[in-house]
Design a binder for this molecule. Sequence first.
Ligand code: CTP
Ligand code: MG
Length: 235
Amino acid sequence: MKQMKFAAIILAAGKGNRMCSDIPKQYMNLCGNPVIYYSLKAFEKSAVDEIVLVAGADDVEFCQEEIVNRYEIKKVRAVVAGGAERYLSVYEGLKAASDADYVLVHDGARPMIDEESIDLSMKMVPLEKACVLATMVKDTIKVVNESGYAVDTPRRNSLWAVQTPQSFDRELLVEAYSRFFNEQSKGGELPIITDDAMLVEQMTNKKVKILPGKYSNIKITTPEDLEIAKMFLKK
Ligand code: CTP
Ligand code: MG
């Protein structure tokens, strides 16, 4: 049987606007290392075959030298420039992982990703073709209208907060993208794509499987998230 090939696409091409910091959050110091180091390290230690790092166009060289070479992350096959939106960055990563059977798309801003969650994703994606880690939301979520009034309260036990890695059969994700770009070129009304699973849900018939994630796998988004990550790392 042919050996299956897994590629991790690690995203670090965002601007980090909500962090309100001088340097992009993926390069901020977290317990002595840049935030992005932790997810690279986690995938380096995992069973994935290779890593594609997606950086901002101006940071490709910096990432190669100061992160990948300096920390000796050997599985990195390429550092490529991302795009203006997250899904465009994913697409650039996808092109660089062109011979993988499965891709695990991970936010470089989630340094707390653990081995067990990566293993679970790698075990399930060949069976499910599209799966994402998620946790049940703890807060009640309200739908709010433009005037600031609550208009709906979805049942909490049907709501899950999705994380990364989001894992796909590479060909399925490529197909979702090509349909999306095709629709876009026709000028049709399109959803705002906030994650890759959404693209698969909307552009293909494949249902996305939810895998149990961990509450510790937080995304560094605002300054207090860095404090929370420090707490986890010190444990
Ligand atoms: N990302 C990316 N390319 C983009 C936008 C986001 O690679 N054009 C990456 C970010 O670097 C991050 C992950 O996607 O690792 C999750 O995005 P988010 O937390 O929204 O990061 P930013 O877009 O950088 O932050 P903000 O939305 O606050 O500007
Ligand atoms: Mg963003």
